[in-house]
Design a protein around this ligand. Structure first.
Ligand SMILES: Nc1ncnc2c1ncn2[C@@H]1O[C@H](COP(=O)(O)OP(=O)(O)OP(=O)(O)O)[C@@H](O)[C@H]1O
Length: 242
């Protein structure tokens, strides 16, 4: 469903993403891990078509994000880092706005909005201004927006970041409900939630993939589990700087 082919992106002299490639199939929930500045958000923004790679391509259900961006984006849901929302809109207004961007006609729009309001469990706040919602509800409204077009591929940049444990669990449950029918790429800094949320994990460091496997197989590489594997594989930049 999702294929990243040899993605490269530089900012000036700095290579942020260096030949990243992997595929993701239906039912896979991939935890995309790496230290700060490793290139996770840059990779996800290229997958979503927000920025163009210098080299490489992304195929979403077979459609290139470079040469067929509308076809590709039609099959993609993207939750950017921090899940920004227009503060003066209500969730319903936001979802209507997104549905228009997806070109849904009136009947489809109503059905899709009702479906995502139910899936994201946001009915009780649907008519309140986004600015007045808790962080957890705002994140779920962002997720509802990403699910409007019932995408094959979901790309979620730190979906649980900054949420309390109850809200984290609600977001994880929503992802688990979506997982069987989609390919899901999730970046997170919270390693403890990777085994609970993901059935595959990739670690990137300084723009390069340094590990790819199940959370269990990565955890079993070190006596200290996933955290120690992460620090061993991705801790070199910190160590170099120290
Ligand atoms: N628009 C930009 N202009 C210049 N440099 C950028 C830009 N976006 C990202 N970078 C740089 O590219 C590198 C990768 O950044 P990116 O945000 O992709 O990392 P990340 O893994 O998502 O980090 P974090 O975990 O902190 O969110 C960093 O060195 C960052 O400073």
């Amino acid at each position: 469903m999702l294929e990243l082919k040899h993605l490269v992106k530089s900012f000036g002299e700095h290579i942020a993403v260096d030949k990243v490639g992997f595929s993701l199939n239906k039912g896979e929930v991939l935890g995309f891990l790496g230290p700060n500045g490793a290139g996770k958000s840059t990779t996800m923004r290229m997958v979503a078509g927000v920025i163009e790679p210098d080299q490489g391509d992304v195929l979403i259900s077979g459609h290139s994000i470079i040469t067929a961006p509308r076809e590709a984006q039609r099959r993609l849901g993207f939750l950017p880092e921090g899940a920004p929302l227009y503060p003066d809109m209500t969730p319903v207004e936001f979802l209507n706005f997104m549905a228009t961007a997806y070109d849904l006609d009136r009947a489809e729009r109503k059905r899709a909005i009702d479906r995502v309001i139910a899936d994201a469990r946001i009915a009780n706040v649907a008519s309140r201004r986004n600015a007045t919602l808790s962080k957890g509800y705002r994140r779920r409204v962002g997720l509802a927006g990403a699910l409007l077009n019932d995408p094959d591929v979901l790309v979620l940049d730190e979906p649980t970041d900054g949420l309390d444990p109850v809200q984290k669990r609600a977001v994880r449950a929503l992802i688990a409900r979506m997982a069987p029918e989609k390919a899901i790429l999730i970046s997170t800094h919270t390693l403890e939630e990777v085994p609970a949320m993901c059935n595959r994990a990739i670690i990137i460091d300084r723009g390069k993939v340094v590990a790819d496997g199940t959370p269990e197989s990565l955890a079993s590489q070190s006596p200290g589990g996933l955290e120690e594997t992460f620090i061993t594989l991705a801790g070199t930049a910190e160590a170099d700087a120290a």
